[in-house]
Design a protein around this ligand. Structure first.
Ligand code: AMP
Length: 181
């Protein structure tokens, strides 16, 4: 099963992707986690960290190269949940070319209202979660990532991402039922 978890920063995609990937026995592929794991003493690590801390997006070419290398690892062959990639239309096109005809099975869209998102990001206190970068990240999401909702319209499964973690997981599994075998 090939899934994408899509939604604004702070919507809980990462937590849900981790849990659901375990339940379905597929790989959890998070570009954000991959970037955070880069060695900060390398040139690439320094550049990526600066971009993340500003709340901007890492350049498509870098993200795409990293993601394709990750999907080539054998554990991804039995399925995966993409968490945080693609985030731009060029990334979505690159993914489509990479996956070929079979493509993605479902795109789960995490829906949360904006005030709730800001509260959640302020509360988790990550290095890239300051008031200014939160505003920037939401704006960048609206400009660059929201167009993907339309791009994936035919396989989109919206989920109300409010409430307890388990409650949201149940909703996600429910919308995946037609494809989760
Ligand atoms: P996340 O953990 O998914 O919120 O990602 C944290 C940060 O990593 C983002 O705010 C971006 O700066 C960067 N990042 C992660 N995935 C991507 C992507 N697909 N395209 C561009 N930047 C990304």
């Amino acid at each position: 099963m090939r899934l994408l978890f899509l939604g604004p920063p702070g919507a809980g995609k990462g937590t849900q992707a981790q849990g659901v990937a375990e339940r379905l026995q597929v790989a959890h592929v998070s570009t954000g986690d991959m970037f955070r794991a880069l060695d900060p003493s390398t040139d690439l690590g320094r550049r990526v960290t600066a971009v993340m801390e500003a709340g901007e997006y890492v350049a498509d070419a870098i993200v795409i190269e990293m993601l394709e290398a990750r999907l080539a690892v054998p554990d991804a062959a039995r399925g995966f949940i993409l968490d945080g990639f693609p985030r731009t239309l060029p990334q979505a096109h690159a993914l489509e070319a990479f996956l070929g005809e079979a493509g993605l099975d479902r795109v789960v869209l995490f829906e949360v209202d904006e005030d709730e998102l800001v509260d959640r990001m302020m509360a988790r206190g990550r290095a890239d979660d300051t008031a200014d970068t939160i505003r920037t990240r939401l704006q960048v999401y609206r400009d660059q990532t929201e167009p993907l909702i339309d791009f994936y319209r035919s396989i989109l499964a919206p989920v109300e991402a409010v409430g307890g973690i388990d409650e949201v997981t149940e909703r996600v599994l429910e919308v995946l039922e037609p494809v989760a075998r």
